[in-house]
Design a protein around this ligand. Sequence first.
Ligand SMILES: [Zn+2]
Length: 123
Amino acid sequence: MDSKILTQIKENLLAEKARLEDELNRFTIKDETVADNYKSEFPKYGDSEDENAAEVADYTDNLSIEHALEKQLKDVNKALANVESGSYGICKHCGQPIEEQRLLARPVSSSCVACKKALKGEQ
Ligand SMILES: [Zn+2]
C-alpha cells in the first residue's frame, strides 16, 4: 500500500480513537485494569421513585451506548495495531489486499468488497 495513503488512514484512525474516547469519557470511568474497558457511571438524580426510575433508565441507555462505543474503539485499536505490525489492509477472509478506497472510507474494514458481498449473499 502507498505509504501516503497508509499515513492518511492512520490519521483517520487516531482521530476516530480520540473521538470515541472523548464520547466515552462523558459518562463513563476508564477501567484501569482492563484494556479498552469503560464503566458507565450510575446517575444520581434523587431518592424519589420517579428519580430512581429515571436513574435506572438512563443507566441502561448508557450501558448500551457504552458497549457500542467500546466495540468501535476495539476495532480502531486493532486496525492501528495492524498498521504498526504491517499487516493492515489485508482481507481476513481471502488474504488479498483490501481496496484502498474502501479503507479510506471505512478504515476499520477487515474484509475486501468481494468477500463482504459474498458473505452478505449467504445470509
Ligand atoms: Zn477478501
